[in-house]
Design a protein around this ligand. Structure first.
Ligand SMILES: [Zn+2]
Length: 261
């Protein structure tokens, strides 16, 4: 692979987790809360030190009007937050209403490209167009752009890291896009993998009802084990970590450890 040192995207990295600048002088008396950093609608008035075990459930390939609302019903029932990595071409007037509901519930809307193609085969311009289309559309509906990026098929290259101004997010998955993976297998795999600081990768594809059913067990069981279910932003905030969003080739599966691709 060709390692390139130049690239766009480093400008915002110092503000990605917020609060560092003022924290230096004010930490002793007033620590920044998640609500101050991300907005009161989205996050609780909690400081990083007030979090215990945290985990971020993430859902790829929405939004839609079938499975996404069922997942939101469950998150609402259990007072949990999650993150949705949406595909720009799936955002319609109808599905955008579901996305707005997710945001209003405290969930985060993130970027999973416009067309869900292999972006490691694209030019820098094509990559940027994929990202900005989705981010702009998300901003149009919820009022803020996407914060994190999940590469389609987790296919990455250096041109992508140079061109995309967001931290790259992977996650621990249970192959829940495959119909043959049963509800029980999904439950068992997620509960067996779950560790503090983890990102769990699931799918809210239009007919993925098996994952909805699995969540009926996964969400309360994780909570019973002491995990707080938070957004990806909140996950990093709780661990006091600023995820890299420059051209460094890192992709996160757990907020506390990034891996080289
Ligand atoms: Zn996907």
């Amino acid at each position: 692979m060709a390692m390139m040192t130049s690239g766009c995207g480093s400008a915002d990295s110092s503000t990605a987790a917020g609060g560092e600048t003022s924290a230096v002088t004010t930490a002793a008396t007033t620590a920044t809360t998640a609500a101050e950093t991300f907005g009161t609608t989205q996050h609780p008035e909690k400081e990083a030190s007030e979090y215990g075990k945290v985990i971020a459930l993430t859902f790829d390939d929405g939004p839609n009007t079938t499975c996404t609302p069922l997942i939101l019903d469950l998150l609402q029932k259990y007072n949990a937050r999650a993150s949705f990595f949406v595909i720009g071409d799936n955002i319609t007037e109808e599905s955008a209403q579901v996305m707005k509901r997710a945001y209003a519930q405290g969930c985060e809307i993130n970027n999973h490209s416009r067309t869900h193609s292999y972006m490691n085969k694209m030019t820098a311009e094509e990559i940027k167009a994929e990202i900005s289309y989705t981010s702009d559309l998300v901003e149009k509906y919820i009022g803020e752009p996407t914060r994190f990026f999940r590469p389609p098929y987790i296919a990455v290259n250096q041109t992508m890291f140079d061109s995309i101004d967001m931290p790259f997010i992977n996650g621990k998955g249970c192959n829940d896009w495959e119909e043959k993976v049963t509800v029980q297998q999904r439950i068992d795999k997620v509960l067996e993998m779950a560790e503090d600081g983890d990102i769990i990768l699931l799918h809210d594809q239009p007919s993925n009802y098996q994952t909805v059913e699995a969540l009926e067990t996964i969400i309360p069981e994780l909570q019973k084990q002491g995990f707080e279910l938070v957004t990806v932003s909140e996950l990093f905030f709780a661990k006091g970590i600023t995820p890299v969003s420059d051209s460094t080739p890192k992709i996160y599966t757990n907020s506390m450890q990034e891996s080289n691709w």
